[in-house]
Design a protein around this ligand. Structure first.
Ligand code: BG6
Length: 476
């Protein structure tokens, strides 16, 4: 076989998030978080968007995060399966409310620390590097109720305290960290992204960008703390990626696509370049936004990340006439339908070349190593009479995207690794379904929470094992 185009130390693995996998939502002293109050069903979107306040649980509703796939109790079995595929990296998140049930305590919850120490030690046992997100779509509900979540500057203090406790408690076990998962999603899904709930008279843009400023300051401070605790620590930001294409070559469409890209890249521009981008002044003026900053914030923001991580599921499309009626959501971010590409069962465009385009744009812009920490195909799987799951569609999606990532490496981009999303089936963040599956490992659970939770290797499991063993060269 030809020599691999992937570096010898390239990290191969998969990704999950605490709130979509762990379940056990009140065990081990865990506090309730934003995702725990987001129901499955018709009201889900309104709650996620922060337009419907839902602080208390209802008996007539089903909350998928409460049980999820029970990773909390089954992680040893699951990590063993990841090790069997040859993973060298495993991405998960820490549930903030396992460490600080309310979020504003001084002393962490010992049971939460113990759980993650055990989990990360289990990974290390197999030579798997944990890649850990501090905040993946779960803010302790107490912080939402008492402080309005990231509206409040107090959150910077709570988050950095939490971050320091994690860096210290897991020092020697974890060296790859991400601060906020898909930080730009707070603009598109404000409650699930950042715990924001809107009042009737709010200027929503004002609320969102003030919250964004707090997160950006908190992220830069956490990055600095991580380096102080251990200079070996490497910290990344995380973008819900996918470039916008202009719907046509009409200059107005090209401009619309550029503006849409900037809307998302705004966050990474700050985290990777250390200052607000030049276009922010006009953006804020036109939207009537005044971001309150404290003296010293611009110095704090200079602590930039070590690498830029991102998710990529689909490219996006924008035109000057884009509106709520003609655009759908591709991974929550609104996009026009691209007539040149196919789409998944959930309408997410399938565009491997878009990954290469996105990676090239990001490296041209940031000049920092990239890490593709989410990519995959959400699809309905069928268990046949022999108990097998022949997910060729998933293999085909992943194959083409890994090829495109290889092309980006050949284009000269340093790429640290690849963690495909939902390496074991888990709860969908957007819809709350279990039937939107991404895994190499099938989990017997349905959308209403029924099932044995038994784990089964899919066809893609055996395929990915070969991919890893050949360092990305055997994709057949
Ligand atoms: C990303 C998130 O937005 O996409 C994950 O970081 C999420 O949490 C993933 O699960 C896939 O989206 P979905 O809606 O299919 O679960």
């Amino acid at each position: 076989m030809a020599e691999s185009i992937f570096p010898a130390d390239f990290l191969w693995g998969g990704a999950i998030a605490a709130n979509q996998a762990e379940g056990a939502y009140l065990e081990g002293g865990k506090g309730i978080t934003t995702v725990d109050v987001i129901p499955h069903g018709k009201d889900r979107m309104a709650v996620k968007l922060g337009v419907e306040e839902r602080f208390a649980l209802r008996e007539d509703e089903f909350y998928p995060s409460h049980g999820a796939i029970d990773f909390y109790h089954r992680y040893k079995e699951d990590i063993a399966l990841m090790a069997e595929m040859g993973f060298t990296v495993f991405r998960t998140s820490i549930a903030w409310s396992r460490i600080f049930p309310n979020g504003d305590e001084q002393q962490p919850n010992a049971a939460g620390i113990a759980f993650y120490r055990d989990l990360f030690s289990e990974c290390k046992k197999y030579g798997i590097e944990p890649l850990v997100t501090l905040c993946h779509f779960d803010v302790p509900m107490h912080l939402v109720r008492e402080y309005g979540s990231w509206r409040s500057r107090k959150m910077v203090e709570f988050f950095t305290h939490y971050a320091r406790i994690c860096f210290e408690a897991f020092d020697g076990l974890v060296k790859y960290w991400l601060t906020f998962n898909e930080i730009n999603i707070m603009l598109h899904s404000p409650f699930s992204g950042a715990g924001l709930v809107f009042e009737k008279d709010d200027n929503k843009e004002q609320v969102k960008y003030q919250a964004a400023h707090h997160e950006l300051v908190a992220s830069a401070l956490a990055t600095k703390i991580a380096h102080e605790v251990n200079p070996e620590n490497q910290v990344g930001c995380m973008l819900a990626g996918g470039n916008f294409y202009p719907y046509s070559c009409k200059p107005e469409d090209v401009w619309a696509a550029l503006e849409k890209d900037r809307e998302n890249l705004f966050f990474i521009d700050v985290q990777a370049r250390g200052a607000y981008p030049s276009y922010a002044r006009r953006l804020f003026k036109e939207k009537g936004i005044v971001v309150e900053m404290e003296p010293g914030d611009s110095d704090i923001l200079k602590d930039t990340v070590d690498f830029v991580s991102f998710s990529y599921y689909a490219s996006r499309c924008a035109s000057a006439d884009m509106n709520d009626n003609n655009s759908n959501a591709a991974n929550i971010v609104k996009s026009l339908k691209n007539p040149y590409i196919e789409a998944s069962e959930w309408g997410w465009g399938i565009d491997p070349l878009g990954l290469r385009i996105t990676m090239n744009m990001m490296y041209d812009r940031y000049q920092k190593p990239l890490f593709l920490v989410e990519n995959g195909l959400g699809a309905k799987d069928v268990v046949n009479e022999q108990g097998e799951i022949n997910d060729d569609y998933r293999i085909s999606y992943l194959r083409e995207h890994i090829k495109a990532m290889g092309e980006a490496i050949e284009d000269g981009i340093p790429v640290m690794g690849y963690t495909s999303w939902g390496c074991i089936d888990l709860v969908s963040a957007s819809t709350g379904e279990m039937s939107k599956r991404y895994g190499f490992v099938y989990v017997d659970r349905d959308d209403q929470g029924n099932g044995t939770l038994a784990r089964t290797r899919k066809k893609s499991f055996h395929w990915y094992k070969k991919v890893i063993a050949s360092n990305g060269m055997d994709l057949d």
